[in-house]
Design a protein around this ligand. Structure first.
Ligand code: H2B
Length: 96
């Protein structure tokens, strides 16, 4: 499916169905906390495989058991797109 920008109004509606996600500095943001570093790494690897298949890659930053995620679509001038929403939902699903 093609990538398209999610306009502000639609984004507000989408956010109501995405637990823990917010907009920070124009990016779709969430900080995940796991039980251990190993669990955080395992999750990142699962997400990485999925992200690479999608050809849509997250901006993320790991410290011990926490992973800060900021999703945006570089090819759309850093807009938030349907692919960011899809990746966010997949991240939640893989986090259990
Ligand atoms: N990831 C993200 N987050 N945004 C993009 O626009 C993007 C990407 N574009 N991964 C892809 C790769 C593009 O550079 C390649 C050439 O398809």
């Amino acid at each position: 499916m093609a990538r398209y920008k999610i306009e502000q109004e639609a984004l507000t509606a989408v956010l109501e169905n995405l637990s823990g996600w917010s907009i920070q500095d124009g990016k779709l943001h969430k900080t995940f906390t796991f039980g251990s570093f190993a669990q955080a790494m395992g999750w990142m690897m699962s997400v990485a495989i999925h992200a690479d298949k999608m050809d849509h890659h997250p901006e993320w930053f790991n410290v011990y058991n926490r992973v800060r995620v900021d999703l945006t679509t570089h090819d759309l001038g850093n807009a938030i797109s349907n692919w960011d929403i899809e990746l966010a939902a997949k991240m939640d699903e893989l986090a259990g």
